[in-house]
Design a protein around this ligand. Structure first.
Ligand SMILES: [Zn+2]
Length: 225
């Protein structure tokens, strides 16, 4: 079980280094075993993103709210944050980026993967087409569908359930992540004291945002690994 601080991305004491990334201990071990098995099948499984701190997620969120990072609609068309209401701006950001304190990347149990033999980290855009037939990560995707459950992993964002859009690159280590429970009060307290854009809109509808963007995910299969 993760502590509240670990869930909010404020504590990294449960992590170990895996290549360039950091992951929760059990997740790291499972990932390394899965990576080895994939390598035997000719796939160079690499981590695009593992653990991410609250601070880092805050920088991403504020960058989008301030127009310093590209803000996209659900079709990938660029939006101008200055032309949106506070509510629409918040929805546009959360479609693609988690609210700081709610990212599954805070936990160390979740990671984004790509096939390093087919595409470089620099060229990778983390867009669905890259994981579909004809895309550089298609073989990886197929391999994961077949084998990831053997190592305890699943895809929490498999289909559009009205929250986060499908992310075929985002895996979660179920034996740890399936037991996490969002502490909305602790999240509210943390956001209140943070220099976050759109703070009043966020705090006014926080339970609804957590339900929509954090809890509408695919059911994990519970494995005994
Ligand atoms: Zn991810």
């Amino acid at each position: 079980m993760l502590t509240t601080e670990q869930m909010l991305g404020l504590d990294d004491s449960h992590l170990v280094a895996v290549e360039q990334a950091q992951l929760e201990r059990r997740c790291a071990k499972a990932f390394s075993a899965m990576q080895l098995a994939a390598a035997a099948d000719g796939i160079d499984m690499q981590i695009a993103s593992g653990w991410r701190s609250f601070e880092r997620q805050l920088a991403i969120f504020n960058g989008k709210a301030q127009g310093l990072r590209p803000l996209l609609d659900r079709d990938g068309v660029r939006l101008d944050p200055l032309l949106l209401s506070q509510a629409d701006l918040l929805d546009a950001i959360l479609l693609w980026s988690a609210l700081p304190g709610t990212s599954r990347h805070h936990w160390g149990t979740d990671l984004d993967l790509f096939d390093g033999a087919q595409i470089s980290a620099k060229s990778l855009q983390l867009e669905p087409w890259e994981y579909q037939a004809g895309g550089p990560n298609y073989r990886l995707s197929q391999w994961l569908q077949q084998h990831m459950a053997d190592y305890g992993f699943y895809l929490p964002y498999q289909q559009d359930l009205g929250g986060v859009l499908p992310e075929p690159w985002h895996l979660s280590y179920a034996p740890v992540s399936a037991h996490t429970i969002f502490d909305v009060d602790a999240l509210a307290a943390q956001l209140k004291q943070s220099p976050i854009e759109l703070k009043s809109s966020i705090l006014a509808q926080l339970p609804g945002l957590v339900e929509r963007y954090c809890q509408r995910i695919a059911e994990p299969q519970l494995f005994s690994v």
